[in-house]
Design a protein around this ligand. Structure first.
Ligand SMILES: NC(=O)c1ccc[n+]([C@@H]2O[C@H](COP(=O)([O-])OP(=O)(O)OC[C@H]3O[C@@H](n4cnc5c(N)ncnc54)[C@H](OP(=O)(O)O)[C@@H]3O)[C@@H](O)[C@H]2O)c1
Length: 288
């Protein structure tokens, strides 16, 4: 990887933001590649989002990541938004261009697909029906990425049916909406299951989902990464399903961000993963 002759500055804007693993992740890479730079957690309240984004250029930032709750509002503030972010309806990454204007994109979909392919290189989106649990911001990126990779049937199940229906209406076929009490049946014959709800996160109850109708060869993914192994992933692994945890999705988003910000292409190595993983509870039991 080539080096650069300047102090590299980036960060993540969120509210709250101190839980974010991103500063540790990016600062590890600065150290690993011997680069002068830093990545900071920026606690930005919703009313300060626009001035904070406008402050990136004069402060010398190359860009920033955007996390909860700013992903949708930031899309309306930046100067340009690419097609991926527009279709997802949210941005996860802002780049400061040489003229100081701001470009927004969404790397969640890229991170999800790269993570699945790294762990299961033969995976195909069109292998069979995909059941997506949840219809929030994360789900929008997952549905976009699956449709983009050629999935023929995407069953979106959400506690609030109207949100799943809105997603199905917006993305059209292959997306269909299922009510929450249909969630167990929606797994019947699926080739893949993705949890995009907050259920299973540390501090939240496990996802209430019976896997009985899910074929044993179906790939089970969770985008929650705290804990690394959610109760859903643990249950799927125990019954013999192949699984993918959510941490790799976060890690893989670093590459397009660094490319846009610094024109650098860092490697997502097992050492990087181990460095971040060491700070995250392995299971909810460990988290207590
Ligand atoms: N690995 C990564 O890189 C990555 C990226 C993005 C997000 N994530 C993770 O994904 C999770 C969701 O994030 P998000 O941005 O999509 O959040 P969000 O937009 O707030 O959506 C939350 C989703 O969870 C559902 N939900 C919440 N409480 C529930 C309950 N008690 N029972 C059933 N469903 C419930 C919501 O359903 P309703 O519509 O009914 O409220 C909604 O579908 C978080 O844990 C986040 O950290 C990970």
């Amino acid at each position: 990887m080539s080096t650069v002759d300047r102090f590299l500055l980036a960060g993540v804007m969120g509210w709250p933001v101190m839980h974010s693993r991103s500063p540790m992740l990016h600062n590890y890479l600065f150290a690993r590649y011997g680069l002068a730079g830093t990545y900071v957690a920026l606690a930005i309240s919703p009313e300060n989002l626009a001035p904070a984004l406008r402050g990136l250029a004069p402060l010398g930032f190359s860009g920033c990541n955007i996390t909860i709750p700013h992903k949708e509002r930031a899309l309306a503030i930046v100067d340009d938004v690419d097609d991926v972010a527009r279709r997802i309806g949210a941005i996860s990454c802002v780049t400061v261009r040489p003229d100081g204007s701001l470009a927004g994109t969404n790397n969640d979909a890229f991170g999800f697909i790269q993570n699945v392919l790294q762990q299961h290189p033969a995976w195909r989106a069109d292998a069979g029906p995909v059941a997506v649990i949840g219809a929030g911001g994360g789900a929008r990126a997952i549905v976009y990425s699956l449709a983009d990779r050629g999935a023929r049937e995407i069953r979106v199940v959400n506690r609030t049916l109207a949100r799943a229906e809105a997603l199905a209406h917006e993305f059209g076929p292959p997306v269909s909406a299922f009510a929450w009490d249909e969630r167990h049946l929606a797994l019947d014959g699926a080739a893949m299951l993705v949890n995009t709800t907050s259920q299973g996160m540390v501090g939240q109850p496990s996802l209430d989902l019976a896997l009985d109708t899910l074929p044993l060869q179906a790939l089970v993914c969770d985008i929650v990464y705290v804990p690394v192994e959610t109760p859903l992933v643990a249950a799927a692994r125990r019954r013999g399903n192949p699984t993918v945890d959510g941490l790799g999705m976060l890690l893989h988003q670093v590459r397009p961000a660094w490319k846009a910000w610094f024109r650098l292409d860092p490697e997502i190595t097992p050492e990087l993963r181990a460095h971040v993983e060491a700070t995250i509870p392995r299971t909810t039991d460990v988290a207590g």
